[in-house]
Design a binder for this molecule. Structure first.
Ligand code: B1M
Length: 211
């Protein structure tokens, strides 16, 4: 384990956005395992979520925590982009309408790209009709949708229904994820795959298109 992992976690928990880059760069320079750093940073974000649930912090603080995490992840991103150059397939990713959480989605994208997938990031708060429009235009092998709020989970189902109505559902595989989503729910709404975390999402994507 990287000896200063706890300092990195504390920098996120304490929202020290001006410190995180120095700490992560130091870890990189000391050949710390990027995956271990990411796992520790996710644990720190979970801690922030718990602090928010207990009213110990509020939305602005949660936001600064997210900015701090993003700065750290941006430094690790190039390390995850390994030697895979030939595309394993095209994936269009978004966070659904009403939802602006993007750290998890961005992490999934980083890992997919590192595994050799060509990923188009549609961003956050994507209305269903826009998602379908992009699927028609981009013709991906997989559509990946992320939802972090229980209130935005149904949007995933709306997109899947729209894909069916527009006659394009059978042309792509649909992969879903996000903290409130689970395998059973994913199956119920008609998704082809569910990724519990970014690493598993890569395996699911590979299985979905035999990549
Ligand atoms: Co929000 N937020 N937030 N938030 N936020 C949560 C999700 C919450 C659980 C916090 C809490 O109450 N404890 C709660 C949701 C409750 C619920 O619905 N059950 C919540 C709430 C309530 C809200 C607001 C409504 C608060 C308010 O305004 N009153 C508001 C909503 C805004 C909106 O979207 N409309 C809001 C706002 C925000 C910020 C903007 C401040 C910020 C987001 C900044 C950003 O993303 N750029 C924020 C944050 C940071 C969080 C927490 C603390 C952290 C989320 C995160 O980044 N986690 C979060 C609490 C928590 O999750 N513990 C919380 C780390 C990330 C790596 O994990 O996103 O789960 P995750 O992604 C994982 C997996 O889920 C999976 O792989 C990822 C990597 O392993 N995965 C996929 C994700 N997408 C996938 C897609 C796949 C496959 C796997 O395939 C396509």
């Amino acid at each position: 384990m990287y000896e200063k992992m706890d300092m990195i976690k504390q920098a996120i928990i304490q929202r020290q956005h001006d410190q995180i880059e120095t700490l992560v760069q130091e870890a990189i320079d000391n050949n710390a395992d990027p995956q271990e750093l990411i796992d520790g940073m996710i644990e720190a974000m979970d801690e922030i979520g718990q602090m928010y649930s207990k009213n110990e912090i509020y939305v602005p603080e949660m936001m600064v925590g997210a900015v701090t995490m993003k700065k750290g992840l941006d430094l690790l991103n190039p390390l995850l982009q390994a030697g895979e150059k030939k595309s394993k397939g095209k994936i269009v990713m978004c966070t659904v309408k009403g939802d602006i959480h993007d750290i998890g989605k961005n992490l999934v994208i980083m890992m997919l790209q590192g595994a050799g997938f060509d990923v188009v990031d549609l961003g956050v708060d994507l209305p269903a009709d826009k998602v379908v429009e992009e699927v028609k235009a981009q013709k991906p092998n997989i559509l990946g949708m992320s939802a972090l709020l229980t209130t935005t989970m149904p949007e995933i189902q709306t997109v899947i229904k729209n894909l069916e109505e527009q006659g394009v559902r059978d042309q792509i595989k649909v992969m879903v994820g996000g903290a409130p989503v689970n395998q059973e729910w994913a199956r119920k709404v008609g998704a082809d795959g569910y990724g519990e975390d970014a690493g598993k999402a890569v395996n699911v994507a590979r299985e979905l298109i035999n990549a």
